[in-house]
Design a protein around this ligand. Structure first.
Ligand code: ZN
Ligand code: ZN
Ligand code: ZN
Ligand code: ZN
Ligand code: ZN
Ligand code: ZN
Length: 464
């Protein structure tokens, strides 16, 4: 694990694996286990799922069980039927099928439950299509798991075989504590960490980074657990907040509808030229880049006594944080357009006056802006759960507002001033200074939160 110098995330060393690599490493682990315990590979696979694919831990458990008896071990994993059940060798026999009642050749499991081949096929097809990779015996009172090889005896449709294979690979990745699917749409690679730790990983196929702990995009300063409850809350309350996510608001002066089409929160009404802050709707000339609107003012709610007043106060508080969380998320999306504009600008500048190296600062500035939006966005989920009693937590809000105001300034410079090409060259120094400053503010708040959480100075009003 190392702290990435340029953007301050802890990166874990890892390798990127495609389907072939995954199959190979899955089969390797199965082989390792088979060398010690002589059971079918399909049983090994299910056993290893129980031990998160840690072969050593599995064997340690196996050797420390008093009986040192593979059968006891397999029974616990539901790979062998309970002792008091009729144990057959599962081979074919003649008789009436319990399911369709037709006479013919029957096939069964070690638990003694049998059915005809057609019934097995129908049952297994259905379970595989449901997405299962560990399938129980067909009898309703029997939880014996069916060995992979046995399943394949009954499946003839190649598409179903492929589907099962994919589900097995998926279950391998999901159970393996060193592996995590890359969350990028359509990437379908998995990332394997070398050593356990908290941090982010980079998929070498799509170059995206994500949180190894939960597989979600990077979400510092929130930790994985707080992120989970925050996102759940946002989802549960989605109706209340729909109006907030809207990209149009009415101008507070003339009432004209204003659409937000850039990331910057400093808005100008096209009709009456009134300037205001998109987050809090205050007039810009009082707000500017100096008044922080990140803090929630709970003074009005201090005297809330009855249930209705209290729940209204709680809602007001939540919406304050959600509004800002969602604003930065929107800005981040809108700024992907800015990225395209900047890229065009870079091409233009290279055709005219500047070299490739000389224009790289623009791309860096857009990257810095994006990471600032991300940090700010999750810092509002963080702030929502933070108990604001210590000085340390009040200082957090100051850090947050410093970062927020500096970010809006950078966004403003990048959005407004890039129209005139020749100005860019003169703006280079200003943009670079602002970008370095903003990035420093971001590293400071991340560091501040990490230290606060580690030392216990920052406490949360939820039980995790
Ligand atoms: Zn049948
Ligand atoms: Zn059974
Ligand atoms: Zn990827
Ligand atoms: Zn996470
Ligand atoms: Zn207006
Ligand atoms: Zn504001």
């Amino acid at each position: 694990m190392h702290l990435s110098s340029e953007d301050g995330y802890f990166e874990l060393e890892c390798e990127t694996m495609d389907e072939c690599d995954l199959i190979k490493s899955m089969e390797f682990a199965i082989q390792q286990l088979q060398d010690v315990i002589e059971i079918a590979p399909g049983m090994c696979r299910i056993l290893l799922n129980r031990y998160n694919w840690n072969v050593d831990k599995l064997l340690e458990n196996y050797y420390s069980s008093p009986e040192l008896d593979a059968e006891v071990f397999l029974r616990k994993a539901r790979l062998l039927p309970a002792e008091d059940m009729i144990v057959s060798d599962g081979g074919p026999l003649e008789g009436d099928c319990d399911i369709c009642l037709e006479a013919g050749q029957l096939d069964g499991l070690a638990c003694g439950h049998t059915a005809c081949s057609e019934c097995w096929k129908g049952y297994l097809n259905e379970k595989i299509r449901e997405g299962q990779s560990e399938i129980e015996c067909m009898a309703s009172d029997c939880d014996l798991l069916i060995d992979d090889q046995k399943i394949l005896l009954h499946i003839t449709d190649q598409r179903v075989v492929d589907l099962l294979r994919r589900q097995q690979i998926n279950s391998y990745v999901e159970h393996n504590s060193r592996l995590r699917w890359c969350p990028t749409q359509g990437c379908e690679k998995a990332v394997k960490i070398r050593e356990f730790g908290h941090g982010v990983v980079r998929c070498m196929a799509c170059k995206n980074r994500f949180c190894f702990g939960c597989g979600f995009e990077i979400h510092e300063p929130l930790d994985c657990e707080l992120l989970r409850i925050w996102l759940k809350k946002c989802k549960d309350d989605s109706e209340t907040q729909n109006w907030l996510i809207a990209n149009t608001k009415d101008c507070p002066k003339c009432g004209a509808a204003i659409e937000k089409n850039g990331g910057c929160n400093r808005m100008v009404c096209k009709k009456c030229n009134h300037e205001f802050c998109w987050s809090c709707m205050q007039k810009w000339d009082v707000h500017g880049y100096t008044i922080a609107c990140n803090k929630f003012d709970d003074s009005k709610d201090k005297d809330a006594t009855n249930g209705i007043q209290k729940s209204r106060a709680a809602l007001r508080r939540y919406l304050h944080y959600f509004n800002r969380f969602s604003n930065h998320r929107n800005s981040m999306r809108l700024e992907t357009k800015l990225k395209e504009a900047i890229e065009n600008k870079m091409v233009y500048l290279q055709q005219h006056s500047m070299s490739w190296i000389e224009v790289q600062f623009l791309e860096q500035a857009v990257e810095v802006l994006r990471e600032c939006r991300r940090t700010l966005m999750y810092s509002y989920g963080f702030a929502y759960y933070l108990t604001k009693e210590s000085n340390y937590s009040l200082m957090f809000e100051d850090n947050q507002s410093d970062l927020e105001m500096a970010t809006e300034q950078l966004s403003d410079i990048l959005e407004r001033k890039t129209e005139e090409e020749d100005k860019i060259i003169h703006l280079k120094q200003i943009i670079q200074d602002k970008m370095n400053y903003v990035n420093r503010r971001r590293l400071i708040i991340l560091e501040y939160c990490r230290n606060g959480v580690d030392s216990g100075e920052l406490e949360f009003n939820v039980q995790i």
